[in-house]
Design a protein around this ligand. Structure first.
Ligand code: UD1
Length: 426
């Protein structure tokens, strides 16, 4: 098998109305894997990342690492990466503009090479997604930035040095970029107001396994003692809490009864709690998360997104899809991104009663009978929400724009088929 397969992208066809039943194993986390792959740039020697998800964003990142001179090989469920000699000449622009996580290369490459020229990163269209916090923090660490031909150019003529950085908001990506820059910087870096998302914690744990010295892991105050060099390590990518959440809400919406094997329950409190308020019975067992949803689906009243440990913005569209059929009105407040309601239109096409009351709030009428339609995914989690809506709807739903879904889900059709759903990728 070539290191980076090309996947065919088609449509997803769903015949709704089946209660999900059975068990499925949860894949490795996309948002943990991507910054860790970027971090391999810093490590001397090979790193083996077990349970690395086989999704298009990971393949893009691997292509970037290869273009920089890295070696990549899949070994079973994991990928081994070594980045012996690095050259920043030939990074494929489309792999950078195609995903937000290419931004992690900024911190990693500045640390490794002292300079960088790259396109502005892309990713899902879910708001303005500025990068000012990333650039300001790296400037504090000795980097000078300017823009040339629409590209970001950064240079650290005297190398990177530790700094006291206070983030005005706990940006996940900015925290990760600072960590990557700080690990081999001269001196100590302190981050106040760091993001506490489990994926930041996973990055810290991988880096420490490689010989980095990061303290305060899992808290909003991280302290990084710069070390001269770090080595490769074997590390298991944690299970994806958003994929687990997607299937949990699919079971809730179809009144199913499923086991999510290896679901990272310790990082899913808000998502589990919300599902319970909507009528699910959830049980954390040794094997994972057991979900039973046989009774009435009820509105939780309010779903408000927030930074971890709050309700994750990445679950908002999926919860929105389920709330359309719950009894009672639901108010959805999106507090992280300002344009994350694009899935409302295709859901309305399927019969949902959704009104936007202000830029960050929706009111969902509830008790709808969704019906199958041909709908288009415009972004990753919105696409997954349409799949969940299709499972709940009467008749056939066809979801197009599946390339977005493949960015984060290894094989959503196969997983859901294992749970009894009538779903196919064609
Ligand atoms: C990451 C996740 C994404 C998740 C999000 C919030 C990855 C690859 N993506 O995205 O799935 O939805 O965290 O949990 O891990 N902001 C600024 N300036 C900056 C950076 C961010 O104003 O320089 C703002 C953003 O516009 C947004 C908020 O901060 O409103 C949160 O963004 P951030 O935490 O940085 O999200 P990402 O790292 O992009």
């Amino acid at each position: 098998m070539s290191a980076i397969p090309q996947k065919a992208t088609g449509e997803i066809h769903i015949r709704g109305g089946v209660r999900l039943q059975g068990k499925v194993k949860i894949q490795g986390s996309k948002n943990a894997a991507l910054p860790i792959l970027a971090a391999t740039i810093l490590a001397e020697g090979e790193s083996c990342l077990k349970d690395c998800p086989k999704i298009s964003d990971v393949y893009r990142m691997l292509r970037l690492l290869q273009s920089l001179g890295g070696h990549v090989r899949w070994e079973g469920e994991g990928v081994c990466v070594s980045t012996g000699s690095i050259t920043t000449q030939d990074m494929p622009a489309d792999a950078i503009t195609g995903m937000r996580s290419s931004l992690c290369l900024l911190g990693a490459l500045l640390a490794r090479c002292g300079s960088i020229v790259m396109e502005y990163p892309g990713g899902c269209v879910i708001g303005k997604r500025p990068i000012d916090l990333h650039l300001q923090a790296l400037e504090q660490m000795g980097v000078c930035f300017h823009e040339e031909g629409g590209r970001i150019c950064g240079q650290a003529p005297k190398g990177l040095c530790g700094a006291e950085i206070s983030l005005p908001l706990p940006s996940v990506g900015a925290t990760e970029n600072i960590l990557l820059a700080a690990v081999t910087a001269r001196g100590c870096t302190r981050i106040e107001g760091a993001a506490r998302e489990p994926e930041v914690e996973a990055l810290c744990r991988y880096l420490n396994a490689c010989g980095a010295r990061i303290d305060g892991i899992g808290t909003s105050r991280l302290e990084i003692q710069g070390v001269r060099r770090i080595h490769g390590a074997t590390y298991r990518i944690p299970a994806d809490r958003i994929v687990a959440g997607t299937y949990l809400y699919a079971a809730l919406g179809t009144r199913g009864c499923i086991l999510l094997e290896q679901a990272p329950c310790q990082h899913m409190h808000a998502v589990i709690h919300m599902a319970e308020r909507m009528g699910a019975i959830c049980q954390v067992t040794r094997e994972g998360l057991y979900v039973q949803s046989l009774g009435e689906l009820v509105s939780p009243g309010l779903i408000r997104t927030g930074v971890y440990p709050g309700f994750p913005t990445d679950m908002q569209s999926i919860a929105l899809a389920v709330s359309t059929m719950a009894s009672g009105e639901t108010r959805i407040e999106e507090r992280i991104f300002e344009d994350r309601f694009r899935v409302a239109d295709p859901l309305r096409q399927m019969g949902a009663d959704i009104r936007q009351t202000d830029p960050c709030c929706l009111r969902v009428g509830g008790s709808c009978r969704l019906h199958g339609e041909r709908v288009r995914a415009c972004e990753l989690r919105g696409g997954a929400a349409l799949v969940v809506a299709g499972l709940m709807a009467e008749g056939e739903t066809i979801v197009t724009g599946c390339e977005y879904i493949e960015r984060g889900y290894e094989n959503i059709c196969k997983d859901l088929r294992e749970l009894g759903a009538r779903i196919n990728s064609v």
